[in-house]
Design a protein around this ligand. Structure first.
Ligand code: SF4
Length: 721
């Protein structure tokens, strides 16, 4: 019987969803016709991130991978916008993309081209794209959807410690005595870590949880103290807590004197942030603020877990800094259970940072604006001196704005769905419509961005490709293919490299070394690690053979060392030129968009428990809809009663930028005056493009991260006809 399985295989890999980076074992089989399929996925008991545990999304991985329905299976091109795309072979697709990009660069210069990537790409994919953009085309216009989730964490770490990356590790979850969740609904967004925290709390009833969140999330519902602050007032709260610690003498003054600079300036600012004043700004009882400060300051080990609630803000950098200040001032870092710990949303947002796959960075945490850093990369990439552009590229929001204005002519989008996930998506759709050329590299045909593609390139996806990812605790894990990609789908690094080689041949600088010789993930990883040697994230001692033999490892992992580093800055020496950490002056600033008579409600956004991003993958699994079957807008019952609205009523949510219609849900998880909608539902499910029809493109001046968490809106009964 030809359909009977003839070969079963087990493949170790890593979950493709959140930044916890759980290890999985993929079970697959091949039948007599050679057809391969994934049959089951279970947690890898040997992976240090999860020790065999998986959340609902991870448990459904096999179901999401089983069907080829809706997959992009062949390259497609169109010559005119008003024509449909037609299937073509890879040779023509690659030649055409290389030709269109080359011609645009020849006509308008390198910065007329831009790349928009994803924290779901593997490190090796990111590396090749980054080299193509910066090394070959000579543009720094390469950014990523990670800009939308963690770039304020990057600027926070760099400004405070002198280098990107958390100083902490997952082991700290077991040792923390006070856990401060700030803008993190870990119960939904990082479930396996949350279970670990629950276990630690069950073992030691003395462990206290403080949750700072305007919404009573499932995480907040389990807190010992929930500070339901007004949206965007985090800096006032954190400054107020530090004021109390100063007042009570709960600082580590010796550490401040010996290992930091800038505290005097911050201390002067803190005079204005008495607990009473701060609590008034935040809309919480002053006593609760004082209790939080006491629990933090007197704790033997205080750990802060923070996420989009701090990062997705027009003042995200200051929010990150104000939190890190608490840890520096009390020396709550560098020992088990203590430290500031940003949780990355995506599975490989960290890896993208490491290879420098962002508009504002170079490989291995180097600076674009630093001539010595550019020269180092030029040497390692065997480029002529002066090849790399010293001008930072366009970060996500600026990139699509430049596409809208015509400064950028072509965009190559890989593994992400900006027509759903960017703020103010009406404007992003217009930008894509106006672009001269749009390349979309995708595994799933139903995303809101695919209709804009002039060239659609079929990408292999999870379970079908090899490489590495780095999770939230700086741990690098292998991702392995269990089955071959379907149809003509190819790994992302392969597609980028094939186009790069064609452009390289066309440019043909006599005597120039070929840039894209690596023809598999392993030699690409080796190139990447060579660039890290001597840097803070040095992985000179870590190669595929080591990962195969010893399993996932943390960076830094220097040559000659037997392991990576679990905790950084334990010796009080930081990555700044004088080895001292930096305090900054962080005044509270209100949200970018104030409510008004026309738009009187504050809209908050966030995740559902069982869905991931735009649902391209989780939306394929019926059981993942059981927890939240329908899209909806959550409103406090008092606000609904005032408007004469009942549960289930279709309401129109409008901001200055756009509108959408959702059914109303009544919930007291939000306070009066605020409403909440999940980010997942998109044009695949709604008549509109989702909640980003109304969100705000205001960005943090330093991180360029947009304020996706808050907008001023109006809600009214939807009238039809
Ligand atoms: Fe995957 Fe994150 Fe769930 Fe782990 S916690 S199984 S990495 S979604």
């Amino acid at each position: 019987a030809t359909g009977m399985p003839v070969e079963h295989r087990s493949t170790r890999s890593t979950c493709c969803y959140c930044g916890v980076g759980c290890g999985v074992v993929i079970h697959s089989e091949r039948d007599a016709r050679g057809r391969e399929s994934i049959t089951a996925v279970e947690g890898d008991p040997d992976h240090p991130a999860n020790a065999g545990r998986l959340c609902s999304k991870g448990l459904a991985l096999a179901d999401s991978a089983r069907s080829l329905h809706g997959r992009v299976l062949r390259p497609e091109l169109r010559t005119h916008r008003d024509q449909p795309r037609r299937p073509v072979d890879w040779g023509l697709a690659l030649d055409t993309v290389a030709d269109r990009l080359s011609r645009i660069v020849e006509r308008h210069g390198p910065d007329a081209v831009a790349f928009y990537l994803s924290g779901q790409l593997l490190t090796e994919d990111y590396y090749v794209f980054n080299k193509l953009a910066k090394g070959l085309l000579r543009t720094n216009n390469i950014d990523t959807n990670s800009r939308l989730c963690m770039s304020s964490a990057v600027t926070g770490y760099r400004l405070a410690f002198g280098a990107d990356g958390p100083p902490t590790c997952y082991d700290d979850l077991d040792h923390a005595k006070t856990v401060l969740f700030a803008g993190s609904n870990a119960a939904y967004a990082h479930p396996v870590l949350f279970r670990r925290l629950e276990d630690a709390k069950a073992r030691d009833p003395g462990v206290r949880w403080i949750v700072v969140d305007p919404r009573r999330t499932d995480t907040a519902a389990m807190a010992d103290l929930h500070l339901a602050i007004q949206p965007g007032t985090d800096v006032a709260l954190l400054n107020g807590m530090l004021h109390h610690l100063v007042w009570e003498g709960l600082l580590d003054q010796d550490f401040i004197d010996a290992h930091t600079t800038g505290f005097a300036g911050l201390k002067a600012l803190l005079r204005d942030y008495t607990p009473r004043m701060s609590a008034e700004i935040c809309g919480v009882p002053a006593q609760d603020l004082v209790t939080a400060a006491e629990w933090f300051g007197r704790s033997p080990a205080a750990l802060s877990l923070y996420c989009m609630g701090l990062n997705q803000s027009a003042h995200g950098t200051d929010k990150n800094l104000a939190l890190i200040h608490l840890h520096l001032a009390t020396r709550q870092l560098g020992r088990p259970g203590a430290g500031p710990f940003s949780l990355t949303g995506q599975p490989n947002a960290m890896g993208g940072r490491e290879v420098g796959g962002m508009a504002t960075m170079l490989a291995a945490h180097r600076e674009i604006g630093d001539a010595a850093h550019r020269a180092e990369v030029e040497t390692l990439w065997r480029l002529a001196p002066g090849t790399l552009s010293p001008t930072p590229g366009l970060a996500a929001v600026d990139l699509f704005e430049a596409l809208h204005g015509g400064k950028v002519k072509a965009v190559w989008i890989a593994c992400t769905n900006p027509a759903h996930s960017m703020p103010d998506i009406g404007r992003v759709r217009e930008a894509l419509q106006r672009a001269e050329y749009v390349i979309v590299q995708e595994a799933f045909a139903g995303t809101d961005t695919v209709p804009f593609a002039d060239a659609l390139l079929p990408a292999a996806t999870w379970g079908e490709k090899d490489g590495t990812v780095t999770n939230s605790e700086r741990r690098i894990s292998r991702v392995r293919a269990a089955v071959a990609p379907p149809g003509q789908a190819r790994p992302d690094w392969w597609i980028a490299r094939e186009v790069a080689r064609r452009i390289e041949a066309r440019l043909a600088t006599p005597g120039a070394a070929p840039l894209f010789e690596a023809d598999a993930p392993e030699p690409i990883f080796d190139e990447h690690r060579a660039l890290t040697v001597g840097r803070d994230l040095d992985i000179g001692g870590l190669d595929y053979a080591r990962l195969e033999r010893d399993g996932p490892q943390q960076w830094p992992f220097r040559a000659g060392h037997a392991t990576g580093e679990a905790r950084r800055y334990a010796d009080g020496l930081f990555a700044t030129p004088d080895a001292r950490a930096r305090f900054h002056v962080t005044p509270y600033k209100p949200v970018a968009e104030q409510t008004s008579a026309r738009f009187p409600l504050r809209l908050l956004t966030g995740r559902l428990r069982d869905q991931w991003h735009g649902m391209s993958r989780t939306g394929r699994v019926p059981q993942l809809f059981a927890h939240s079957p329908e899209p909806g807008l959550r409103m406090h019952p008092d606000d609904a009663a005032r408007r004469g609205l009942a549960a289930g009523t279709l309401v129109r949510i409008a901001s200055k930028r756009g509108e959408l219609v959702l059914p109303l849900e009544l919930s007291d998880e939000v306070g009066s005056g605020t409403v909440f909608a999940a980010m997942h539902w998109s044009g695949q499910h709604l008549s509109s493009g989702g909640i980003n029809e109304v969100s705000l493109p205001s960005v943090d001046a330093r991180s360029r991260q947009p304020e996706l968490k808050h907008a001023a809106v109006r809600v009214e009964r939807a009238e039809f006809g």
